[in-house]
Design a protein around this ligand. Structure first.
Ligand SMILES: Nc1ncnc2c1ncn2[C@@H]1O[C@H](COP(=O)(O)OP(=O)(O)OP(=O)(O)O)[C@@H](O)[C@H]1O
Ligand SMILES: [Mg+2]
Length: 259
C-alpha cells in the first residue's frame, strides 16, 4: 500500500493538535497491524502531551544540530539522509514498545527567529520516513509557513481545521490556494471545530471545500485537557472521537480501506 500522509493545518488554537491525536488513536484502533507515525511538526510542541508521551526521544532538531556541530555544512544533505536512515531504524524499533504508533517531533530550535532550516529538514524527513509507514499524521504549525515552504509537499490528505470564526475560515482558504500549487494532496476537506450553532452555516463560505465533520465543544475533552490526561483517555463516544471518525470516513479512511 502506498503510504497515506495526513497533515493538519489551520489558524492557531483551533484544535489541530487535539484532532491529530484523535486521528492517531483511531488509526491505531482501526489498523492495528499497520505502521503508523505521528509527527509533531510544531516547534511549540503539543502533540506529545495530547498523546500521553513523556519521553520524546531524538528530535529532528537534534539531528540538525548534530550535523551543524560536526561542521560539515557542505555535506549537510548527505549526512542528514544517513542520520535519517538511523532514525528510521530507531523509529521502527520504538514502535513495538509504544502503543501501536511511532512518534517524531520537530523539536524546538534554541535560536529565535526563522525555522527555515528546521523546516527543510522536516521536509526531507517526511519524504524519507513516509516510505516506512502506512500512515503518517502530521500536526502542523499554525498558519501558512509550512505549506509555503513545501514542507507538506508529499501530503496525500490535507485536513484544514477551523473554528467558526471568519479569521479561521480565511486562513484555511488561503492555505487551500497555496496547497493547490505546492502540495500533491489527493484529498482535502475541512473540520469545523467548536461548532455549536447551525446559524453560522450560511456564513461559513468555504467555496468548494467539502466539510468532513463538525465537532461541537467537547466538555470531556476540556476536562481531559485540564486534568493533564491525553486524548487516548477519551471515551469512544466523546464528541471529538465521533467527529474524527466521521472525518476519516469522509476521507475514505475507514474499515481497512485507504484510497
Ligand atoms: N472541540 C473542542 N471542545 C473543547 N475543547 C477543545 C476542542 N477542540 C480543542 N479544544 C481545546 O482548545 C485548546 C486548543 O486546542 P489545540 O491545542 O488542539 O489547538 P491547536 O490548533 O493545535 O493550537 P496551536 O495552534 O496553538 O498549536 C486545547 O486546550 C484543547 O483542549
Ligand atoms: Mg497545536
Amino acid at each position: 500500500m502506498k503510504s497515506t500522509v495526513i497533515a493538519l493545518a489551520g489558524k492557531g488554537g483551533v484544535g489541530k493538535t487535539s484532532i491529530s491525536a484523535a486521528i492517531i488513536r483511531e488509526l491505531v484502533k482501526m489498523f492495528p497491524n499497520k505502521r503508523i507515525l505521528a509527527i509533531d511538526a510544531d516547534p511549540a510542541i503539543g502533540l506529545a502531551t495530547a498523546l500521553g508521551i513523556t519521553n520524546v526521544g531524538q528530535t529532528i532538531d537534534d539531528i540538525r544540530k548534530s550535523i551543524t556541530e560536526a561542521g560539515e555544512e557542505d555535506k549537510t544533505k548527505k549526512k542528514a539522509i544517513e542520520l535519517l536512515g538511523e532514525a528510521r531504524f530507531q523509529l521502527l524499533n520504538a514502535m513495538i514498545e509504544t502503543q501501536g504508533f511511532a512518534f517524531l517531533a520537530v523539536g524546538r530550535p534554541e535560536a529565535a527567529g526563522c525555522y527555515c532550516s528546521i523546516n527543510s529538514y522536516l521536509k526531507q524527513v517526511i519524504s524519507a520516513v513516509s516510505e516506512e509507514f502506512d500512515f503518517v499524521v502530521i500536526d502542523g504549525e499554525a498558519g501558512i509557513e509550512q505549506i509555503n515552504r513545501r514542507v507538506m509537499e508529499k501530503v496525500t490528505h490535507l485536513i484544514l481545521v477551523t473554528d467558526p470564526s471568519r479569521k479561521g475560515t480565511n486562513v484555511i482558504k488561503v492555505i487551500k490556494q497555496v496547497a493547490d500549487e505546492l502540495t500533491m494532496y489527493s484529498k482535502i476537506g475541512v473540520i469545523v471545530n467548536r461548532y455549536n450553532d447551525s446559524r453560522i452555516d450560511e456564513y461559513l463560505n468555504l467555496g468548494k471545500l467539502p466539510i468532513l465533520a463538525k465537532i461541537p465543544d467537547d466538555k470531556e475533552l476540556a476536562l481531559t485537557d485540564v486534568m493533564g490526561k491525553s486524548v487516548l483517555d477519551l471515551d469512544d463516544d466523546s464528541l471529538l472521537i465521533k467527529g474524527v471518525d466521521e472525518a476519516l470516513k469522509n476521507l475514505d479512511i475507514k474499515g481497512g480501506i485507504s484510497k
